[in-house]
Design a protein around this ligand. Structure first.
Ligand SMILES: Cc1cc2nc3c(=O)[nH]c(=O)nc-3n(C[C@H](O)[C@H](O)[C@H](O)COP(=O)(O)OP(=O)(O)OC[C@H]3O[C@@H](n4cnc5c(N)ncnc54)[C@H](O)[C@@H]3O)c2cc1C
Length: 421
């Protein structure tokens, strides 16, 4: 039976995070957006305590697994056993507070998803504990290159094995890396980088590698000036003869033969874990806009009549219900994709569906909010115009809406990438 009741731990988490989001994030959201790239250090230092203790719990479980001990996987309810479910609730609430500031939080972020999805237990144990110790640290994932975005098979960054020293030597340029500066230079974080070990093998040659911060040969070239999520740093990173230990390759180091698709699919599993997280962030922004709109309409004496027959509804009421329905549908898809992830079930279709729907829903909801509220929506006195700018990113990164639609269509129809482009 499907059980939609929230377990107590998530309820309590929501209450705590609501306080954080409403009292500490909302009040600084405008200032941080105006200042761009200036980090909210007071907030970061405060939340580091929380994020690092969550990571500590995850690391403890890993240590047990590594030691071959039995790990308690009983969730006690229909919610997950692997820990992604509380995470998406956390991301939704913090993005409701402010998505840009949430992205600045010191966590393993997508680097953590990549290591979790593809790394061995030994790699998880080597790289993840750092996110629960000492000063704040960041993780980042670098796939995109100036000439390779949606088409990841066009990646030109190379990783060559130096057989004498048993090190990988990485060369190339990565662009649009979220938290790239913090992960590569300004903390002892990590960067997960996609590179090819055999350009002639196309997608089969692409692997992911972990580079530790401040490794010689890794330079941050620039930070993007952006339309939204402006407080989050988005970096271009150059790799020039950047040497890393052989053991830092994630997954199988062999190039599989043509029939064996598992190599690249392994790397792609990262997206199955990361797309629901992006969807949750989109939904948090959308909910902020929806709630603000409802309150503003109510101040003008407009209440939404949910029980009224369709033919008597005003166009504002219909628009509002449409916004709400889109957001709810996106949230249900996100819950399903996350639940499957926690159960370690294959969730590629569900992850991409959640991401497509949430990216479109937040775009619709925030644009409609600006439209319905007129000058109030467009003015910088409130945050509606900012939510419209911030929300759009969720339809772009971690695979654009079009690319995720293709992923879903190919899986449902049973077509490969050559049959459906
Ligand atoms: C703020 C920000 C943060 C980012 N953070 C990261 C990060 O942390 N790590 C990282 O690796 N990347 C990151 N990215 C990059 C992001 O993932 C890419 O921008 C995205 O994948 C699209 O790639 P592209 O920009 O090269 O666009 P293109 O691939 O050139 O696409 C351009 C347009 O064509 C469409 N299109 C392309 N191919 C098809 C097709 N086959 N069918 C239909 N439509 C198609 C796309 O949907 C898009 O609308 C970030 C980007 C931004 C803006």
């Amino acid at each position: 039976m499907i059980d939609f009741s929230l377990p107590d731990n998530i309820k309590e988490q929501n209450q705590r995070l609501f306080m954080v989001a409403s009292h500490f994030m909302r009040p600084i959201a405008r200032e941080m957006d105006d200042k761009e790239h200036t980090k909210p250090w007071d907030f970061i230092n405060m939340t580091w305590q929380v994020t690092s203790s969550q990571m500590k719990r995850r690391v403890k479980r890993l240590e047990k697994e590594l030691a071959g001990e039995e790990v308690d996987k009983s969730g006690g309810n229909s919610f997950g056993t692997r820990g992604y479910m509380p995470l998406i609730y956390m991301i939704e609430m913090l993005s409701w507070g402010d998505a840009g500031i949430y992205l600045c939080l010191p966590t393993a972020a997508l680097a953590g998803s990549a290591i979790d999805a593809v790394g061995t237990l030994e790699q998880k144990n080597r790289f993840l504990p750092r996110f629960s110790k000492g000063k704040p640290k960041w993780g980042a994932m670098a796939i995109t290159e100036p000439h390779a975005g949606s088409d990841t098979s066009a990646i030109r960054t190379t990783a060559t094995l130096d057989h004498e020293t048993n090190e990988w030597i990485l060369n190339g340029e990565k662009s649009f890396v979220t938290s790239g500066l913090m992960a590569a230079k300004d903390s002892d974080g990590i960067l997960v980088v996609w590179a090819t070990i055999d350009a002639s093998a196309g997608r089969r040659g692409i692997k992911s590698f972990v580079i530790e911060a401040n490794t010689p040969g890794m330079e941050v070239l620039k930070l993007e000036k952006k339309h939204g999520i402006r407080v989050s740093d988005t970096a271009t990173i150059k790799l020039e003869n950047c040497r890393i230990p052989y053991e830092n390759i994630l997954g199988n180091p062999e190039v599989q033969d043509k029939k064996e698709k598992k190599g690249f699919q392994g790397a792609m599993r990262t997206f199955d874990a990361s797309r629901p997280l992006v969807a949750a962030s989109a939904i948090g922004i959308g909910r902020a806009a929806l709630e603000f709109t409802k309150e503003a309409l109510e101040k003008e004496g407009i209440t939404i009549r949910y029980n009224a027959p369709k033919h008597v509804l005003t166009s504002i009421e219909r628009d509002f219900m449409d916004m709400e329905a889109n957001l709810k549908a996106a949230w249900l898809l996100t819950l399903k994709a996350t639940w499957m992830m926690d159960q370690r079930l294959p969730n590629t279709i569900e992850s991409s569906m959640a991401k497509v729907k949430a990216g479109k829903a937040v775009t619709l909801v925030t644009q409609k909010a600006v439209e319905l509220l007129g000058p109030l929506g467009y003015s910088c006195d409130d945050l509606i115009e900012k939510w419209m700018r911030d929300g759009k990113i969720n339809d772009l990164y971690e695979g654009t809406g079009q690319i995720n639609t293709l992923v879903v269509a190919r899986r449902i129809l049973g077509y490969d990438r050559n049959q459906l482009k």
